[in-house]
Write a protein that binds this ligand. Structure first.
Ligand code: NDP
Length: 609
């Protein structure tokens, strides 16, 4: 098999021509490249600000606060929950979570669209299952359960106490004489905090497409992360009776759209799906949690399972694949695991050129299989053709769903493929593509979240560090941090998320490692009586060098991808975009690095005063 792949002309054996496929991928990428890149999207502000309104929780008035806490945690999603939980475990009592939403949950507070579910196995994805003695109901949990679990974590660690919900930070300023951060909020609060952990989330701010006429539409509109159940009726399980007499348009076919389109198709009088780039959609096979499986679980099971998954999806090998799903299958076939078995087969190591070639061919094969699945399921040949993704598997977030493709066989569902160009115009009555107007009653924007805009814009507030330096200026030419978690001139401040840290497919796993690390630093501060902790410039330089040295492979790969948020909408550079803030060495070396740093006890690169 491997020798076939590596032979100079594998066409006949493979059943496809790799050169043709490569050319097709580049053609599809070129069709979609836009000179505006990320600037094609509109900020949800000013006349579009209503798209941000919280449809889920009644506004509760309260008096402004003027007080002090030891640790302020900004954001009550998984990052904030893990941070709060780990700090509580370490005996920190004086905490305050500040959260814009009406409750804890972060992405799972906002994303309540019908069909929303996690697509990383829930036994790995839902944090702190053993701590809370909870077992998810399905292999892939649905959103309401994840939201409930988030609230349960907050209760378990007493994070509701002292929390400021429905509160947006407006500014955070370091006050050198008092050694405190002064946090101003949109409730008129002035909160002083000795330490701040920023857990704003990576994809927290909805974005809208810059389609001409977007404000002209006279019908109803909303973004998927602010689902208007008052209008649609039904709930996260579907049954949207309010749409029975409505012509509905959805713009976007990313991971969100893939989950909600089956429900829209089942409920709407007619559904028009406006597609720019199709997602790759593979088998889901969700199932209820099996009692027999639960009975096998022994203490420590969740972290073992998370590690097992993380190793496999980082290209490492494991004797057993505990999760055994679409993610681990892709990684087994496309990464170092495949190279290892090839080396075994050949009796020698593969050169890096051979490795690259083999992985590309395996990727072609995998995507051929994904495309063949479309043909198997979708009956209309033109629709099937339009639903096929022409790019390498990791150019976009892989999706897994069993009802998405069959939805296009429904007589009341029309795919409007824009051939990579996107929607042409929005009018008072509907949507125009290729000069044809589709009249609709409602437009749903499944157009994702801001990525690649400045950190402070996405956070929604400025952070003013020592000597008046703003974080916007500090990071204007790219990230500068120590391990992504601390920055020089920003003492006692910690960043959780994707600011030069390593991402795992299982994001909460990465957040947990970060929360553990920050907790360790704060424990050290407590033990040493330090009141001020700051990363040095030399340490930042070291991390920047390391980040750059590991960034190259991903850059080459993403340059050849169809545009999307993974590659900064086709304008890849080292300072912007999702992966610009990601450690190319991968999560395992990164977690090890943090652990080793802690184990030395030397606290290298961090000044304690
Ligand atoms: P995405 O950014 O992935 O998708 C946005 C969609 O809008 C794309 O299909 C994009 O097309 C399309 N689009 C943008 N502009 C236009 C336009 N002018 N005309 C037509 N179409 C347009 O956002 P999602 O909300 O789908 O997903 C965001 C992320 O959230 C995911 O990648 C995933 O990480 C996470 N997520 C996770 C889930 C889970 O765990 N189960 C579920 C849902 C989301 P194009 O591709 O051409 O840019």
């Amino acid at each position: 098999m491997i020798t076939e792949l590596l032979s100079s002309d594998p066409k006949e054996k493979l059943g496809f021509d790799p050169d043709e496929l490569r050319a097709k991928y580049l053609y599809e990428r070129d069709k979609r490249l836009r000179s505006e890149g990320n600037a094609q999207y509109l900020e949800v502000a000013n006349e579009l600000a209503d798209y941000n309104d919280d449809p889920y929780t009644e506004w509760v008035e309260r008096a402004p606060l003027n007080d002090e806490v030891q640790v302020a945690i900004i954001g009550g999603g998984f990052g904030g929950l893990l941070m709060g939980g780990r700090l509580r475990e370490a005996g920190f009592t004086d905490l305050r979570v500040i959260e814009k939403a009406g409750d804890f949950g972060g992405t799972w507070y906002w994303n309540r669209y019908p069909g929303a579910a996690c697509d990383v196995e829930s036994y790995c994805y839902l944090p702190m299952l053993e701590e809370l003695k909870y077992i998810p109901k399905h292999k892939y949990s649905f959103a309401p359960e994840i939201f409930e679990h988030s609230k349960a974590i907050a209760r378990h660690y007493d994070l509701y106490k002292n929390a400021c919900l429905q509160t947006g930070v407006k500014e955070m300023r370091w006050d050198e004489p008092s050694g405190r951060w002064i946090i101003q909020t949109d409730r008129g609060d002035t909160i002083r905090a000795q330490f701040v952990a920023m857990a704003n989330g990576p994809l927290n701010r909805p974005k809208l497409p810059g389609i001409p006429g977007i404000t002209k539409f006279k019908g109803h509109t909303f973004h998927t992360s602010r689902w208007d159940y008052d209008y649609t009726g039904g709930d996260s399980t579907g049954n949207m009776t309010g749409l029975a007499n409505k012509r509905v348009a959805i713009i976007g076919t990313g991971a969100t759209a893939v989950q909600c389109i089956p429900h829209l198709g089942a409920s709407a009088q007619h559904l028009y799906v406006f597609q720019r780039t199709p997602s790759s959609v593979d088998v889901r096979a969700n199932r209820s949690t099996d009692e027999a499986f639960v009975n096998t679980l022994e203490p420590g099971w969740q972290y073992r399972r998370m590690d097992n998954f993380n190793i496999l999806v980082s290209g490492g090998d494991q004797e057993e694949d505990l999760v055994a799903d679409g993610w681990t299958e892709i990684f087994r076939n496309l990464t170092g695991i495949a190279a290892k078995s090839a080396a075994r087969e050949l009796g020698r190591r593969l050169s890096s050129k051979e490795k690259g070639r083999m992985m590309e061919l395996l990727d072609f094969q995998k995507m051929n299989q994904v495309r063949a699945r479309v043909d198997e399921i979708v009956t209309d040949p033109a629709t099937a053709e339009a639903l096929k993704p022409w790019y390498r598997q990791f150019c976009k977030r892989p999706c897994f769903h069993d009802e998405y493709l069959p939805t296009f066989n429904r007589p009341n569902v029309t795919l409007v493929d824009t051939s990579g160009k996107g929607v042409e115009r929005i009018t008072e009555r509907g949507i125009v593509v290729d000069g044809k107007e589709y009249e609709v009653d409602c437009i749903i924007f499944a157009t994702g979240f801001e990525v690649g805009t400045s950190y402070t814009r996405r956070a929604g507030y400025e952070i003013i560090g020592r000597d008046g330096l703003t974080l916007t200026d500090k990071w204007a030419n790219g990230w500068r941090t120590l391990y992504g978690l601390q920055a020089h001139s920003f003492p006692n401040c910690f960043f959780l998320g994707f600011t030069q840290t390593a991402i795992s497919v299982n994001v909460p796993h990465a957040l947990n490692e970060q929360a553990k690390h920050v907790t360790y630093i704060l424990e050290q501060a407590r033990r040493r009586g330090a009141t001020r902790i700051e990363a040095t410039l030399t340490a930042e330089d070291m991390w920047l060098r390391e980040m750059k040295s590991k960034a190259k492979i991903a850059e080459r790969f993403y340059a050849e991808c169809t545009p999307g948020y993974y590659n900064n909408e086709g304008k890849l550079d080292v300072t912007n975009g999702f992966f610009a803030g990601t450690y190319g060495g991968g999560p395992i070396p990164f977690f090890n690095l943090l652990e080793e740093w802690r184990a030395t006890g030397r606290l290298e690169g961090v000044e304690f005063q």
